[in-house]
Design a binder for this molecule. Structure first.
Ligand code: AMP
Ligand code: MG
Length: 349
């Protein structure tokens, strides 16, 4: 398949180009598009055969459900049994934005989308290209991240092209994704409101509206005896090609341990990549060192994480040694992705 790249500027959307993408979605094709979290791979959410194509293009396991993207709160009505008061409040406060809400699904939503579950995940993205695409298509757009399953999520069109060129109809190049991590998945379908995946909207943000909110323990601790409530959290995810180990604890201990380990690996002939922070960068004398930003600025760290993992793939490193961060605010989402990327290899030092 020939993949067409459409360059669209968010603040000056070309009518003809967006219409071309809309037509492709309506006729059952696949269109990758930018959102504020990461790039999404979109298809008509009411077209089962289009949705099936998403799983094939990504190599996504069938049991991992898709998020439906809407451009208005009204659009949610027909997709769910009912919208509880707390869900409405969250939509009004955080949409458009990086919050995905799980509710009991209506009959209109195919079980292909929900992977057989009786809940559906819905979000309104905060990106003008994405919103225009959904609005003009006049249907919910099913869209997981636009990467090959298991690889780091794409934060630029370049990443999407790396993974999906030749496998999708259109890739919209709309610049870099601002947040750089996927949305928070919040389950409001049952008795207990629960965060199933940490993301751009933090627990600290949500607790103001939902004082009794809980966090699925599986998202911060990898343990084979704990089954995550969100199917996507089961898999080794966001993973670079090489092995990765993350060290967390006192910053001084992290730097010391990574330095010692780097020396060891290099003396065994390995190429070592180090993911560090601005505060620690100068202490590393060996290895390929990339800082994700300042420890005081988790937004920047979140923004750079997936790109950094892909950069190390390009460098063909044998092992990545990464610095962990504390779990406050975006720290939970960052550490969740690092946990998944490393296959749970987080070592306290
Ligand atoms: P992605 O869009 O690739 O970032 O993945 C969407 C995430 O939302 C995955 O982790 C899914 O498992 C999760 N998700 C989507 N729908 C549901 C659902 N009905 N119940 C639980 N998790 C869901
Ligand atoms: Mg994904």
């Amino acid at each position: 398949m020939d993949t067409k790249i459409l360059k669209i500027i968010e603040d000056n959307i070309d009518e003809n180009l967006i219409n071309e993408a809309v037509d492709k979605i309506k006729s059952g094709g696949l269109v990758a598009f930018p959102t504020e979290t990461v790039y999404g791979l979109g298809a008509n959410g009411f077209d089962e055969s289009a949705a099936k194509k998403i799983f094939i293009a990504k190599g996504r396991p069938q049991d991992n459900p898709l998020i439906l993207h809407v451009s208005s709160i009204d659009q949610v009505e027909e997709l769910v049994m009912k919208i509880p008061e707390v869900a409405k409040k969250c939509m009004e406060k955080f949409w458009p934005g990086p919050l995905t809400i799980l509710l009991k699904k209506s009959d209109k939503v195919s079980s292909i989308i929900t992977a057989g579950l009786n809940t559906v995940a819905i979000r309104m993205p905060e990106n003008k290209i994405a919103l225009e695409l959904i609005k003009k298509s006049n249907i919910p757009i099913a869209a997981p991240s636009a990467n090959t399953s298991g690889r780091p999520s794409p934060t630029s069109a370049k990443h999407v092209i790396e993974d999906l060129n030749g496998k999708v109809d259109i890739i919209i190049d709309g610049g870099n994704a601002g947040i750089g991590l996927e949305s928070t998945v919040l389950d409001l379908s049952g008795e207990i409101p629960m965060i199933l995946r940490p993301g751009g909207i933090t627990k600290e943000d949500l607790i103001k509206i939902i004082p009794n909110i809980e966090v699925d323990f599986a998202i911060i601790k990898e343990d084979e005896n704990i089954v995550p409530k969100s199917p996507g959290q089961k898999y080794r995810h966001y993973a670079p090609k090489s092995e990765m180990i993350v060290y967390n604890g006192e910053v001084r201990n992290i730097v010391e341990t990574i330095s010692v380990k780097t020396k060891e690996y290099i003396s065994n002939g390995k190429i070592v990549g180090i993911i560090c922070t601005d505060e620690t960068k100068e202490f590393y004398k060996e290895g390929i060192v990339i800082s994700m930003g300042s420890r005081k600025d988790k937004k920047t760290i979140a923004h750079n994480l997936f790109n950094t993992l892909r950069l190390f793939d390009e460098e063909n490193v044998d092992i990545i040694l990464g610095e962990g961060v504390d779990f406050s605010f975006l720290g939970t989402a960052i550490m969740n992705r690092m946990m998944k990327a490393s296959g749970g290899k987080i070592i306290e030092v």
